[in-house]
Design a protein around this ligand. Structure first.
Ligand code: SAH
Length: 551
């Protein structure tokens, strides 16, 4: 089978929309358009015939958006030469018909079925093998791998010639296939995890029925595994899973091995084989389900959602949310992170139960689940990342083996600053005015020092019903150091519905202009305003100092 991504070849503009729909199915595909007729295809070509024949010779799967006849005439000279035969399909420009033309033994029918399913049409399958046997014998079901495709091609040709076949080993998917089976047939379909020399009269299929148990991890595991497979006569393709003890869950060499073998990794305290062997194999009678053998390594991602708007959410966070099995967080933020699928479990909690939430997240992840804890803005700014690490520090050993990730987000101070211009364009500091978890005296001290250092300041948690007087006191302190004309930016519900930006002077600012959904940015001595055509002025802090900061 061709390993190359397909080339989608356009002869006219009419096929572009269909070609683009195919891109979702084959993200790696090349899109080639005739230079004189197609615009917006990505790559262009000058001569249709030369291009198609070149792709064919290079063994590139071809999806041509044009009449089947054009493709046949164009490739005819190539068919006489003994070359590779990549899958070639003609696709109606409007996506209404998918015709597999060539590469019947190279996966073209499989491609035709995938494309047809994607475009919601019926594929024009004409291959006698598939029609005769009800399936492609060279494409066994999940859990089974064909050992050698070239060998398989010869085999199917013989079978189509009318030869009988004997089936050796368990092949449940063939039990109802309309094959003429005979115990003494020359042709054999052989299903086994053992490596065998290729034989023309045999179709060799490996069940993924072998578990590789790793008792001791080390950097040089791959050659050991190769030697073990050889010694025991097991085909590498018959491996279905790497199994190790839970203590090795965070072991880098083990993960590298599973990656190199492209195998799932599971953990179980009871491993087949003897510990003295380092690595061991166990052969099961049928393809294995890795999840029945052991648990996965759990993952816990603490993610930042940004200030609110979906466009300000990092793609890495979006991907993490899509993979999550459990989502934990303050209800407002969990809602903000959605929508979720029915199979994703949402654990909405009160904003004050942070440490408890973090522990719950570790408990779930330690069971092998994929868990996401959401924070607004950045998870490391007055949010869940610290709570999660605090839980870890006093947590169980198993929690330390969880795949823990912290994914950043755009913090409210930065989103607000961007909207206003660049009020934090020079040195600045970030303070939470909440004295829930720190003494108020510490906040006062930091305010004095930050003002003395002439830092611009971003105030998170500026006020709340349970903390009514703190902001007023903080402003008293700031006014001891900063001029009344100092610009102050107030961003409320930034990047959320009903968002509002105000710019006032320090002299004008009163606590009633601020609530708990507001970000307060106080300028330094150099912060200035420029009128903008519409809305509040631009606010920025220059990168330079016009003079020494006043004390
Ligand atoms: N981790 C968050 C901050 C949590 S503290 C972040 O990085 O943004 C909560 C405070 O952040 C609120 O009291 C408010 O001051 C500020 N805040 C969070 N989101 C905001 C938004 N969209 N608009 C304005 N302020 C916001």
């Amino acid at each position: 089978m061709s390993e190359l991504p397909p080339a989608i070849v356009l002869l006219g503009q009419g096929g572009l929309a269909t070609a683009q729909r195919l891109r979702a199915l084959y993200p790696q595909a090349r899109l080639l358009g005739l230079a004189t007729r197609v615009h917006g295809a990505g790559e262009t070509y000058e001569h249709f015939g030369d291009t198609l024949r070149q792709l064919y010779r290079e063994n590139t799967p071809i999806i041509a958006l044009c009449a089947a006849g054009i493709v046949i005439r164009t490739l005819a000279p190539e068919l006489l030469a003994k070359t590779a035969e990549p899958p070639v399909l003609a696709l109606a420009e409007d996506g209404s018909a998918v015709v597999p033309l060539l590469g019947g033994l190279g996966g073209v029918n499989h491609m035709a079925r995938c494309i047809a399913a994607h475009l919601a049409v019926a594929p024009a399958i004409t291959t006698s093998g598939e029609l005769r046997f009800g399936q492609c014998l060279l494409d066994p079901p999940e859990g089974y791998v064909l050992a050698d495709l070239d060998q398989g091609k010869r085999f199917v040709a013989d079978l189509l010639g009318g030869a009988a076949v004997r089936i050796e080993g368990p092949a449940p998917w063939l039990s109802d296939a309309p094959l003429s089976k005979a115990a003494d047939a020359r042709l054999a379909i052989h299903v086994s995890p053992h490596a065998r020399p290729a034989a023309a009269h045999e179709l060799l299929i490996h069940p993924r029925s072998v578990v590789l148990a790793v008792h001791h991890t080390a950097a040089d595991l791959a050659p050991k595994v190769r030697a073990l497979l050889e010694r025991e006569g097991i085909a590498p393709a018959a491996l279905g899973c790497v199994l190790a003890a839970p203590e090795a869950m965070a072991d880098g060499a083990l993960h590298a091995l599973a990656n190199a073998l492209a195998l799932p990794l599971r953990f179980n305290p009871a491993l087949p084989g003897h510990a003295s062997e380092g690595v061991a194999l166990r052969v099961y009678p049928a393809p294995i389900d890795p999840d029945s053998l052991g648990q996965r390594r759990g993952r816990l991602a603490v993610v930042g959602l940004g200030p609110g708007a979906a466009a300000l959410l990092a793609p890495a966070v979006r991907a993490e949310l899509a993979h999550a099995q459990d989502v934990l967080g303050y209800e407002t933020y969990v809602r903000m992170a959605g929508p979720f699928r029915d199979d994703q479990v949402l654990h909405c909690t009160d904003n004050r139960e942070e440490l408890q939430r973090a522990r719950h997240a570790f408990e779930l992840a330690a069971q092998g689940r994929s868990v996401v804890v959401v924070s607004s803005g950045d998870p490391g700014v007055f949010a869940m990342a610290s709570a999660v690490l605090e839980a870890l520090e006093s947590g169980e050993a198993a929690w330390h083996r969880v795949d823990l990730q912290v994914l950043p987000g755009i913090s409210a101070s930065l989103a607000t600053a961007a909207w206003a211009g660049a009020p934090l364009g020079h040195d600045f500091c970030v303070l939470s005015l909440s004295d829930n978890l720190k003494p108020w005296a510490m906040i006062e001290k930091r305010l004095h020092l930050a003002c003395e250092a002439d830092l611009a300041m971003a105030f998170y948690n500026p006020i709340s019903r349970s903390r009514p007087w703190q902001l007023g006191r903080a402003l008293e302190i700031v006014r001891q150091h900063r001029a009344p004309a100092t610009p102050v930016v107030l961003g409320r519900d930034v990047a959320r519905p009903g968002q509002r930006l105000r710019v006032v002077s320090l002299g004008e600012l009163t606590p009633d202009m601020v609530d708990m959904r507001t970000m307060v940015l106080v300028g330094s001595s150099t912060t200035r305003c420029i009128a903008r055509v519409e809305g509040p002025p631009w606010v920025y802090t220059p990168r330079w100092y016009p003079q020494a900061p006043h004390q």
